[in-house]
Ligand binder design. Sequence first.
Ligand SMILES: [Fe+2]
Length: 195
Amino acid sequence: MNIENMLILKNKFKYHKDVKNKLLKIINEAPFPLDESNNKTHTKGGDNHSFYKHDWNDCLNKNRQWYKLTGKKISDELIAMLKKINYDDAVVHEMWFQQYKLNDFHGWHLHGRNFTGVYYVDFSEKLKQKGTEFINIGNPKNKFVLDVEEGDIIIFPSNIWHRSPKIKSNSIKAIISYNIESIINENWKPYTRNT
Ligand SMILES: [Fe+2]
């Protein structure tokens, strides 16, 4: 199977212009994860990632300030996107932000749940990046970079390997990511839908 044919949904997040600046201000002021706070960076020397800051450790907390501003709006958009392709409903479970600075990256990885995705909150053209990269592990030569711009919101199956390339400029990249469980009624039959 060609990776390009795998299911990737992309939309413009309609509230992006309204929420971007407020969202970034809150994220910038948010505390670093406690165990990594000494040097004000969450960069780890691991093989597979180097982040500037994230709140993965608190990803289920709906009382986070940025979540209160826009978490429900993002969730509603994601659920609407999945309903458009015939899912009956969906539950957005984990949601977290990640910031990348110079030389930060996230290597090839998968997520839990059955769908995941990215909302590109701060994705300046100065980064000179296209977007998330996808790979078919059955045929690693078959990979591609999804063309996205700031304000885009994407969803894809959690079992597709993907990565975020290394930042090579002084601009910061900020994204919100999420894990979603889609729901379909047990009596679903293809011929009852518009298929
Ligand atoms: Fe990811």
